[in-house]
Design a protein. Structure first.
Length: 369
């Protein structure tokens, strides 16, 4: 069984943190504009000294400001807010130092094992992540992690449309949803469109999802499906009216798994549930990521990078425990998976693989297929 690494909080009784000052605060004077010298957050746990106490933000993300505000019970708490969402009167933390000297401490090594021996070798072959890397142990750890998260965590999948182009991949992802390993899906218009096209016409972009043969007039198929979904009014209404039982989208609808579909400038249609406003979509993605403990990004470079910027390396559970957030980036491109490799601590695991192969391997490893 998986054992999560213990979190080691900073020792605030020792210098220089013991004598650190309270953080400086400044009020927002104009909506969407942070005060000069605002502190910008990272993906790590960050503590701010307020009223003589060190506070930790329960939810965080990169590149945002920290607002000090009363919590539900009246006690002060930290809220991590995108600068565009700041409002007049918000009290924003100032300071560009991260060592506690300005009342802000960034704790980058909270999940490190203090008793682990340092490696003796300064040089070793194949330390990067490439097509030559062996990923067998990564798969084994992922199986253990997903089994643990099904009972104790929340797994969000960030998916490109490649899943919808292959019959086995669609089926494997459907099994993952039905097996309880999916708590949220973030994607674009294309994944949902072509998955529904596959469910109703057995094609994706007009090609048979098993043989890959182009069908006569197949270039109309996805457009016809979009039109039919728009006529139904929503994806859920379409799935229920058509009695669709196979595929990723239908399994999410049946199990009540939420989906955030963020649109792009190139979208056909789009489907009625697709969020066309980029900042509204970002807000919906951020909301879905709150409480996520494992995030798996597959074959979608822009969604992967965006999600990485919104996902902290830690989560605070309901009982106050600080635990790591695991982040996987899976793609055939080495550039994409290594783009987020330096996110820090335990959170980023790059796997170079065809995602259609990846998901079928994972489903088999979990005993679903």
């Amino acid at each position: 069984m998986l054992t999560l690494p213990a979190y080691h909080a900073p020792d605030f009784s020792r210098e220089p943190l013991a004598s650190a000052p309270d953080a400086r605060l400044a009020a927002v004077e104009r909506d969407g504009v942070a005060p000069e010298g605002f502190h910008s957050t990272s993906m790590y746990p960050e503590y701010v000294r307020v009223g003589g106490r060190w506070l930790l933000a329960r939810r965080s993300r990169m590149d945002a400001s920290v607002v000090v505000a009363p919590g539900p019970a009246g006690e002060l708490e930290l809220r991590v807010v995108e600068n565009r969402n700041l409002r007049c009167g918000d009290l924003v933390v100032l300071g560009r130092s991260e060592d506690g000297s300005e009342g802000v401490y960034v704790h980058a090594h909270g999940f490190d094992d203090p008793g682990a021996p340092e490696g003796a070798d300064k040089f070793a072959f194949r330390q990067g992540r490439s097509r030559e890397t062996a990923f067998a142990s990564d798969y084994d750890r992922l199986y253990d992690l997903l089994r643990h998260e099904r009972e104790h965590g929340r797994v969000v999948w960030v998916m490109g449309p490649a899943f919808a182009f292959d019959a086995d991949a669609r089926h494997a992802m459907q099994l993952m949803v039905e097996g309880g390993y999916v708590d949220g899906v973030m994607a674009g218009n294309a994944l949902a469109t072509h998955d529904l096209e596959a469910a109703t016409l057995h094609t994706a972009l007009g090609q048979d999802i098993y043989t890959q043969r182009a069908q006569p007039g197949g270039h109309y198929n996805h457009l016809d499906v979009i039109n039919r979904v728009r006529r139904a009014g929503s994806i859920e209404a379409f799935v229920r009216e058509e009695g669709i039982e196979d595929g990723i989208v239908a399994s999410c609808v049946r199990r009540g798994v939420p989906m955030v579909l963020a649109g792009s400038i190139r979208d056909d249609g789009p489907l009625p549930d697709v969020i066309g406003d980029a900042y509204e979509a970002q807000g919906a993605m951020r909301a879905m990521l709150e409480g996520a403990t494992t995030v798996i990004c597959l074959a979608t470079m822009l969604h992967t990078i965006a999600t990485g910027n919104m996902t902290p390396s830690y989560a605070v559970t309901d009982d106050g425990t600080v635990r790591p957030v695991y982040f996987y980036a899976v793609d055939v491109s080495e550039f994409v998976v290594n783009k987020l490799r330096d996110r820090g601590s335990l959170s980023a695991v790059p796997i170079i693989a065809n995602v259609q192969d990846f998901i079928t391997i994972v489903a088999r490893g979990l005993g679903l297929a």
